[in-house]
Design a protein around this ligand. Structure first.
Ligand code: ZN
Length: 135
């Protein structure tokens, strides 16, 4: 597998609007996109810093994965996303190495990217997202 760069870092937050304010007024980044991803039961806000983005994640449902994450661990870093050229090949490679991925096939994430998650159990407790580079 060849990772290209850190696509984004996902951060679980309780209140998206307040967090956007912090990132804009204190850290000086500009939110360029707010998007609901129904699939993941989240509302996301994106910021760009160099080639990498920061993705703030707020749960839209009381049973959503971000709600559960915050209940267990509190707010904080939720996942790290790496970009890959070919997500299908990357998933096949994981499978043949016996690595547990949450998604067997790519699905659509924020910004219309094809994404898949690797289970934290297989990755030192870190939820890893693979994002396919736009062609
Ligand atoms: Zn993400």
């Amino acid at each position: 597998m060849e990772l290209k760069h850190i696509e984004h870092i996902g951060i679980a937050v309780k209140n998206l609007n307040e967090s956007i304010k912090f990132y804009e007024t204190v850290l000086g980044l500009k939110c360029y996109s707010i998007e609901v991803v129904k699939d993941q039961k989240v509302r996301t806000a994106f910021f760009k810093i160099g080639e990498t983005k920061i993705e703030l994640l707020e749960s839209t449902e009381p049973d959503g994965p971000i709600t559960k994450f915050i209940e267990k661990k509190g707010e904080g870093i939720h996942h790290i996303a790496y970009s890959v050229n070919n997500l299908n090949e990357a998933l096949k490679e994981l499978d043949s190495n016996g690595i547990q991925s949450i998604d067997k096939v790519p699905h659509k994430g924020a910004e219309g990217l094809n994404i898949a998650f690797i289970h934290p159990k297989s990755a030192n407790g870190v939820l890893i997202e693979l994002c396919e580079l736009k062609k």
